[in-house]
Design a protein around this ligand. Sequence first.
Ligand SMILES: [Zn+2]
Length: 401
Amino acid sequence: MIHNTCKRCLYTIDHPLGLVIDEEGICSGCRVHEEKDLLDWSERWQQLEQLVKPYRISDKRQYDCIVPVTGGQDSYYIVHLVKERLGLNPLLVTYNKYWNTPLGIRNLANLRIRFNCDIVIQNVNPISVKKVVKETLRSFGSLYWHCIAGQTVFPVQTAVRYKIPLIIWGAHQGLEQVGMFSHEHEVEMTRRYRKEHDLMGYEADDLITHFNTLTETDVWQYRYPDDQALNDVGVRGIYLGNYVRWDPLAQHHKMIDMHDYKGANFARTFDRFDYVDCFNYMDLHDQIKQSKCGYGKVLDHACREIRHGRLNRDEAVTLVERYQVQTPKYGDLLFDWLGVNQRGFEFVTDLFAQNKPFDAKITSVGDELSLDWMTDGRDLTSLEMDRDREYITIGKGLYNC
Ligand SMILES: [Zn+2]
């Protein structure tokens, strides 16, 4: 029998990262997730300690490694592991995506103060960023290309520039979502994965080739260093998810309790902690993704929570149905920033809509489903943190830090 949808989670064989479903109807992502309860994680942690050993520098006036961060997602937990558990001295790097929430700016400031880390911030000039956003929208229906490109290339450029060979990332998305690799493959960062999966097949220079409205001066900041430069420094990027049992929700709870990380409610997903640094990722960008791929971030969150045993399949379907129909809250901010009107924007994004309906054929469990386990008694704030609804282009944090 051929299965199109996993019997355990809600992913289908149409997942853009590529997914296979075995004869028992279970997807590759769920199979690789099973490793989380089978592997000897203390042994794997020791492997990580051996791996980073040659990169430790006794001179504390230098950095041992680079850690890419934002004011959201897994940043706190990654820095916690690198600095407090491995005892390394990291240089944090972040790419300014311009669509920063006050909460994200606050979380990022609190992160570097709490962990006592230096940080490098890349600000690409806003004129080029807006041109890139307009072109990637028009050409392949992506609002987010510049963010992914910036976040994945700036740490690598910084590694080359500062001659810091080791970059430490969190979890590998291809492993976590679709089981593209086993944890034991210990897969590392590659130029090829970044281009094919993170960047939808388009590297910086491909934008010039395809779309003649962009010039080299608009995209050179997003260029991946060449092999010679990488080899000269010996740059490699490792993923902590191969050595630590990765569980984002449990990790966020821990970081709230230990280091005052903060989350907020979202219109289009039940997760409160993931991309709190950005007004668009789980909002307008998510609606575009849903119209292109047939599902939004809430389905990723639902699958993750099924696998970790905190939702059953019916509850997950109920949440996906509840959140996927919600309209974005912050689209007007993007239209103003980009200088376009909503109708023109929707005309462009509609060209890429596939109209794949979400159809899990499960009886939904109704409105009584509680989400208390999401925060487990912890307080939330809002993305705006009682300020005006506006992007914070550059901010030092709201608490004198
Ligand atoms: Zn599955």
